[in-house]
Ligand binder design. Structure first.
Ligand code: FES
Length: 97
């Protein structure tokens, strides 16, 4: 089994806090940004968890993400859908109010 494990720092712009999260591709834990936020008790909105509804959208202020599947939900250029992406490097994000 070929697992890629990497650490990522997620900084919240409006909460003045950050998380150090270990992402593992092809693992049931933290397979998406949304799952990582949920496992760390960060309140987030979601509905479909499949990239359709757009409810999980958050602002990406800095950093890069990669979509595990190309989302169909509408997002503006500075938004990402946390249910179907993983970080590529450290992120600064702003959660929706
Ligand atoms: S929860 Fe529906 S697009 Fe993410």
């Amino acid at each position: 089994m070929n697992l890629t494990i990497f650490n990522c720092k997620i900084i919240f712009s409006d909460k003045q806090r950050s998380l150090n999260i270990k992402f593992t591709h092809n693992s049931p834990h933290y397979s998406t940004l949304l799952e990582a936020l949920e496992w760390n008790n960060i309140p987030t909105n979601y509905q479909c968890k499949s990239g359709y509804c757009g409810v999980c959208r958050i602002f990406l202020i800095h950093g890069q993400i990669k979509y595990k599947q190309e989302p169909l939900g509408y997002i503006s250029p500075k938004e990402i859908l946390s249910c179907c992406c993983i970080p590529v490097n450290n992120l600064i994000i702003k959660l929706k109010a």
